[in-house]
Design a protein. Structure first.
Length: 284
């Protein structure tokens, strides 16, 4: 019986070694694997299956080679269909640089670059017009006090600032920014934010960027702080279809403070809660 048991183990070891050797024997060199993935992406694009095409193209970057020109052309088309116009324009520009004037899609790519340039300029002008008047959150004090009471009652905390922090964190989780048309945190890159208080008067924002790769997910962490005193507490926001997101502006430099999903009402509610939080901290 011992002999039969040892024989089974030996056979299993041989089979595992054979399968491993077979897999390695049929692994393609990176350049050829890239060609295979590009052909697969072309086929999916011909079927208007843009998500599947994206999946094949995203597998090329980990090969650590300089992709051929067709890679940038195909990815430009994928970004274009996803309304990711900035990325589409960048990929079309890279394609014409690599492919040269003799390439069959050279003129098509140049036309797309011009079209995307005009689209981006138009969107920027629309954003400037639409946000200049309505993005600042300014509540009359009576309405602001009613809002504070509503939040305090919701979270059953006698400390208003703590209730507002909890409310902001709940909103940030609900309106989390996730890349791509299909909002799936198991597949796509996304951003997590957490707001907290330090020393009673200091807002601390912890940002975690989750980046998905074939080798697994990576997490990049950053922390910023803001003293509530001596600043304009009226927080502003801006939403953009082109970036498929809304930005909550930093009250000092008006740059990105929080980035969330493109939802006008969600952005307005977060800006409102932050405005009331800053005023609560300034009142002491």
């Amino acid at each position: 019986m011992k002999y039969l048991g040892s024989l089974k183990v030996a056979i299993l070891v041989v089979l595992v070694a054979f399968n491993s050797a077979s897999f390695n024997a049929f692994a393609l060199p990176p350049e050829i694997e890239a060609d295979r993935l590009i052909l697969a992406a072309k086929e999916k694009l011909s079927e208007d299956n843009f998500e599947a095409a994206r999946g094949y193209l995203e597998r090329i970057s980990p090969l650590n080679i300089e992709p051929p020109a067709d890679y940038y052309l195909l990815f430009a088309r994928v970004h274009y269909e996803a309304d990711s116009w900035t990325q589409a324009k960048q990929h079309y520009e890279k394609y014409v640089e690599l492919a040269g004037k003799e390439a069959s899609a050279y003129k098509e790519a140049l036309k797309k670059i011009t079209e995307l340039e005009e689209t981006l300029v138009g969107k920027l002008e629309q954003q400037t017009e639409s946000t200049a008047e309505s993005s600042a959150i300014q509540l009359p004090e009576k309405q602001g006090a009613a809002y504070d009471k509503k939040v305090a009652d919701l979270y059953l905390d006698s400390n208003l600032a703590h209730s507002l922090v909890t409310h902001v964190n709940s909103l940030l989780k609900s309106y989390r920014f996730i890349e791509g048309k299909i909002k799936n945190t198991d597949r796509n890159n996304y951003i997590d934010f957490k707001l907290s208080l330090a020393k009673g008067k200091e807002l601390v924002v912890t940002r975690r960027d989750i980046v998905r790769k074939l080798s697994g997910a990576t997490s990049n962490l950053s922390v910023t702080k803001l003293n509530a005193f001596g600043i304009d507490p009226d927080v502003e926001y801006r939403c953009s279809k082109e970036s498929d997101s809304c930005t909550i502006k930093h009250p000092i430099n008006q740059k990105e403070w929080f980035k969330i999903a493109r939802d006008e009402k969600g952005a307005e509610e977060i800006a409102k809660a932050l405005t009331r939080l800053l005023k609560a901290l300034q009142r002491g």
